[in-house]
Design a protein around this ligand. Structure first.
Ligand SMILES: NC(=O)c1ccc[n+]([C@@H]2O[C@H](COP(=O)([O-])OP(=O)(O)OC[C@H]3O[C@@H](n4cnc5c(N)ncnc54)[C@H](O)[C@@H]3O)[C@@H](O)[C@H]2O)c1
Ligand SMILES: O=C(O)C(=O)C[C@@H](O)[C@H](O)[C@H](O)COP(=O)(O)O
Ligand SMILES: [Zn+2]
Length: 366
């Protein structure tokens, strides 16, 4: 049976300079859109998917083969284990063996880790081939698949190797979320809440009105939360693809988060680390005299209400501080953080006093 809900598709445009504009589609049963996005020139299509979506990847490969493409499925490890140079090299080898040319197309189906690698492989193969993102997690839909930041981790830090290489289109099929484990669903809520604090406070109102509903794809506001967050991301990256200015606001909470992820050898979910990172950033903004107490406290309350973590090991501060020094926003020896001047007023805080940083860490320290 087809319902009205199945047929509603929202299209959000991502524009910009230096690349073709593209659309993010949100709805259900969107895979029919793939051939048009793949385009008439492609002979071969490589479908990159994580182990957990082996069936989806296989079905998609078969559909594309039935439509006349020479389609291969390339299985990646789940989650952050995919974001390594070894996995990228495995993909390059598979593309080479398939005879993948510049007119062929990569499709990344999976969470943010998968689309980060798929995009990176697309950016590097033959110095850049077309790719399409089919995000299957909340986090992938609202953030990772949009904007063309692609990359992998190294032992020294998160996303340290990568390229800006926007996709030709993004297909967010909400039905994919039904199989997502609750922890992964909630991890994506961290980036949704981030979008609320940096740009669209209506998101926070929706989460606060029904925190339990915000933990599940069956919640009453799922589509609205996802679409609002996509609009925030689309607007920012349309204005600054290569992060030479406003795009830095999307890094709210990420300076500490990435250090925690590295410290945990990339075993933590990104959203869990971002949650702690935002509580830290809010306190940093408050201690720097930028953010009011109520908005700072609102961070812990809303993040906790959906089940995200707020604290991390106190004894790890020296190591985290060291790692933060190689954050991509740093310039020379200058540490730079995104903080809030108020709700939806993100700004940069440069070179905060080490004592203030330590005091802010006290807020998340356990
Ligand atoms: N490029 C960007 O702009 C950007 C933005 C935000 C985050 N990221 C990156 O995204 C990554 C996190 O992405 P994530 O939270 O989507 O996690 P993830 O990609 O690690 O996926 C989480 C887990 O869910 C599984 N999975 C994916 N879809 C599923 C589904 N529909 N049903 C069941 N299981 C499914 C995966 O195999 C994995 O085990 C991090 O590496 C982060 O750095 C990138
Ligand atoms: O798109 C961006 O820009 C972001 O900062 C979004 C973040 O949510 C995302 O985690 C991104 O991968 C972080 O990028 P990085 O440049 O700090 O590695
Ligand atoms: Zn993020």
């Amino acid at each position: 049976m087809t319902t009205d809900q199945d047929q509603t598709v929202t299209r959000i445009q991502v524009g910009g300079t230096g690349h073709d504009p593209y659309e993010v589609l949100v709805g259900r049963r969107l895979l029919g859109e793939l051939p048009a996005l793949i385009g008439p020139q492609a002979k071969r299509v490589a479908v990159l998917h994580p182990e957990s979506l082996a069936e989806t990847g296989g079905t998609l490969r078969q559909d594309l083969a039935d439509q006349g493409y020479e389609a291969v499925a390339i299985q990646l490890p789940n989650a952050e284990e995919a974001k390594t140079v070894e996995v990228a090299a495995y993909c390059w080898k598979a593309l080479g063996q398939t005879g993948f040319t510049r007119s062929d197309v990569i499709v990344g189906v999976g969470g943010g880790a998968t689309t980060d690698v798929a995009g990176f492989v697309a950016a590097t193969w033959l110095r850049g081939v077309r790719w399409i993102a089919v995000p299957t997690t909340v986090l992938g839909m609202v953030d990772a698949a949009i904007g063309g930041k692609t990359g992998i981790n190294t032992a020294e830090g998160k996303n340290l190797v990568g390229a800006f290489h926007p996709p030709a289109g993004v297909l967010c099929d909400l039905a994919a979320l039904d199989s997502l484990p609750v922890n992964d669903y909630v991890s994506g809520m961290a980036e949704i809440i981030k979008a609320g604090f940096i740009a669209d406070p209506a998101i926070l109102d929706l989460v606060e009105a029904d925190p339990e509903g915000a933990r599940s794809p069956a919640g009453p506001h799922t589509a609205e939360l996802i679409e609002r967050s996509i609009r925030v991301k689309a607007e920012v990256v349309s204005n600054d693809l290569k992060e030479s200015g406003v795009r830095e606001i999307l890094n709210y909470g990420h300076t500490l988060a990435h250090a925690i992820e590295k410290n945990e050898r990339y075993k933590w979910r990104h959203g869990a680390a971002v949650s702690i990172g935002m509580v830290f950033a809010a306190e940093l903004g408050r201690l720097a005299g930028r953010l009011d107490d109520a908005t700072a406290e609102r961070h812990s309350a809303v993040l906790k209400s959906v089940g995200l973590p707020l604290t991390y090991r106190g004894d790890q501060w020296p190591k985290l501080l060291q790692t933060m020094k190689v954050d991509k926003k740093s310039r020379g020896d200058l540490l730079r953080f995104i903080v809030l001047d108020g709700l939806a007023k993100p700004t940069v805080l440069e070179g905060p006093d080490p004592a203030v940083l330590l005091a802010a860490y006290g807020e998340v320290s356990e």
